[in-house]
Design a protein around this ligand. Sequence first.
Ligand code: EPU
Length: 337
Amino acid sequence: MNLQHQVSLKPHNTFGIAVSANDYCNITSIDQLETVLRDYKNKNVFVLGGGSNLLLTKDIEDLVLHINIKGIEVLAQQNHTALVKAQAGENWHEFVLWCIEHNYGGIENLSLIPGNVGASPIQNIGAYGVELKDVFHSCEAIHIEDQSIRTFNADDCQFDYRQSIFKGALKNKYIITSVTFKLTTSHHKLNLDYGAIKTQLQQMKVQEPTIKDISNAVIAIRQSKLPDPKDIGNSGSFFKNPVITTAQYQKLQDQFSDIPGYTVSETEVKVPAGWLIEKAGFKGKRFNDYGVHKNQALVLVNYGNASGSDIYNLALLIQKTVKRLFNIDIETEVNII
Ligand code: EPU
């Protein structure tokens, strides 16, 4: 098997952090993946997809398996729905565009999310009123230790807000090799609930939106708020939006009358971490080569040559400050290595 040594991971993580992999293997087929896992059974593996939800603070000593298995196929089509299967190494946004071009609806709100298809179930990616779980049919994954292949349906995955079994009980046990989506072929269920989408469509003078229009609206919104990793290194939302008790929320409202909140249940409210971080004074702050994005405080950025530890220390400072000011713990969404 073709292992490479001392490979720079800078081009393979959207934060653009310059660390290296001691041992690296580019995986382009499931057979190859099976063989590597068998041949290097005694090595710990580090699975790398699109590298878009990752903060690398050190060189990787484990065997890096860079999953680049490609392919999209329509498995079945019935009434108004289709099952579309994409291999793990497909770029997420290119897959979204492929679906729109072929008139498969359901993931248009998830346009322009960085990363690859294989990572999408791991944290149940979501944006603008849609989550992966809404269109997920199943995924296939290979067991790292015994190379058995298992199909997971939606229940098996235990999806929650930015959470699944692959981040929980089965963390580091499986490598997802493909994901199958249940999409619509007609009578698309357009999701316009997220206020900004409606406003954007109005600005675009679209009255009867198609899935393509929604995708274009989402692309415009994201481009206006979120930095493109090609220009400025970042991993999208660095933190999750915290859920607090309604009682605590009401208390905070007395102090900060403009604090936004979305009801989660009778006793819980989700607060945008971006608001907390902005209120704490970090939005747009730059320290040397890293900082907090000027248009979305949830996004930490690398302007060029920041180290993973620089960004990690900034994250700790933000967490500490938010805790001090609001008594709220904000958890990282990004995986810190
Ligand atoms: N806000 C601020 N200041 C900021 C950012 C946000 O005050 O700098 C407040 C505003 O009140 C705004 C509210 O937060 O109305 C919500 O902001 P936004 O619509 O940008 O959404 P978000 O909650 O900050 C989440 C996701 C994003 C996703 C958007 C849109 C999380 C952690 N993040 O952000 O996901 O694109 O909703 O659906 O849930 C990602 O995961 O990488 C990501 C970008």
